[in-house]
Write a protein that binds this ligand. Structure first.
Ligand SMILES: C[S@@+](CC[C@H](N)C(=O)[O-])C[C@H]1O[C@@H](n2cnc3c(N)ncnc32)[C@H](O)[C@@H]1O
Length: 350
């Protein structure tokens, strides 16, 4: 269905898109993979793995102060990040029930612009599934000029192969003047590796000037410090409603909840991660979706949200508006799915 500027997402189009995007193990679209490899062939140094090893071992804030470091990030973390951006946006769009035909997205802390690849791919699949045309305006903002240099190259490669209409602009944060946008992404930016420790303070200082912003997607690593803050974003940011993946109660929550999926390991990940490459077979992330227009998820009587990966014997920690309970759940259930009183899957995430 088409309502002028927006497209209603039908159950059929959502199911089709889900089938294409969320295989197990997850895989990247071949065009994105080629664009990453082409970009790496341009910028990658002789020993990307040494950057990653240093970042793993060193507690200091990471500085991406040359293009080799930015390329090492792209090869090591890009594929996983892309799949997380896609899951997160898909979940948001399902919650909203519609998509703007002309979608304007700001990716703050965009790094090498992997978000652009993720969005082009997701929107192409949705456009095809809904048999419509979509246009994407992507704005990347970052404090690292080297990330943006690598990102510019990647965007250029991606744009050559897209079926939807796309525009992109890149800005250093020091030169960026807030513009109109529908959705703001902040992904893997508010954590100790980046030196940004207080999520609500970071978001509050950022969002005020953005005009017409409808939604904010916050993705963070599954590590404890940022994860615990994301549930707590409920009622913490003025005029923004926390709409998922959890369903908070009256009392402020600081649950450590995250989700994971298995994925293929790609050659660029093996090269850039070196001895840490096995970590690339799992994508793990925590998430908060904030909205100024959509409503939180609703639990009917007896339903609850899974907040931890079920054990091998099928027991999982669940949450009903802040009240936690261990329940035996359907074997295929994963974090953020909603189950009924008997542990049967009622609504899948995303
Ligand atoms: C770990 S990378 C994440 C890149 C991408 N969003 C992703 O999820 O793969 C974090 C990026 O955020 C940028 N960043 C961190 N703090 C920032 C700030 N205060 N302002 C602008 N950019 C920031 C860094 O330069 C880096 O490129």
């Amino acid at each position: 269905m088409n309502n002028g500027d927006t497209i209603t997402l039908t159950t059929e189009s959502v199911l089709r898109a889900r089938g294409i995007l969320f295989s197990l193990p997850r895989e990247l679209n071949g065009n994105i993979l080629s664009a990453i490899e082409e970009t790496l062939s341009f910028f990658e140094g002789d020993d990307s793995a040494s950057f990653i090893d240093r970042w793993y071992r060193n507690a200091d804030t990471v500085s991406y102060d040359n293009t080799e470091a930015a390329a090492a990030y792209l090869g090591a973390y890009g594929p996983r990040s892309i799949l997380k951006y896609q899951e997160a946006l898909f979940a948001l769009l399902i919650a909203k029930g519609f998509i703007h035909k002309y979608l304007r997205i700001i990716d703050f802390g965009a790094g090498p612009c992997i978000g652009f690849g993720a969005l082009i791919d997701l929107l192409s699949v949705l456009a095809e599934s809904a048999n419509t045309s979509l246009e994407l305006d992507y704005v990347a903002v970052d404090r690292s000029e080297h990330m943006l240099e690598v990102g510019d190259h990647l965007c250029h490669q991606l744009i050559d192969n897209t079926r939807i209409q796309v525009n992109y602009k890149l800005f250093r944060s020091s030169d960026f003047t807030p513009c109109s946008a529908n959705i703001l992404f902040i992904a893997n930016v508010m954590n100790d590796g980046e030196g940004n420790l207080d999520c609500s303070q970071f978001i509050t200082s950022l969002v005020e000037p953005f005009k017409e912003l409808e939604d904010i997607v916050v993705i963070e690593p599954a590590t404890e410090q940022p994860s615990r803050q994301l549930c707590g974003l409920d009622n913490n940011i003025d005029s923004w409603q926390y709409i998922g993946p959890c369903i908070p109660g009256e009392v402020a929550c600081s649950e450590w909840t995250f989700r994971q999926f298995s994925k293929r390991i790609y050659a660029c990940e093996r090269r850039c991660l070196g001895k840490w490459a096995s970590a690339a077979q799992i994508g793990k992330y925590s998430l908060a979706l904030l909205s100024s227009i959509s409503n939180p998820r609703i639990l009917s009587e007896g339903e609850s949200v899974i907040i931890r990966k079920p054990s091998a014997s099928g027991w999982a920690q669940t949450c009903f508006h802040g009240q936690k309970q261990m329940k035996r759940v359907t074997p295929q259930a994963t974090p953020w799915d909603i189950i009924d009183r008997s542990g049967k899957l009622v609504r899948r995430w995303p």
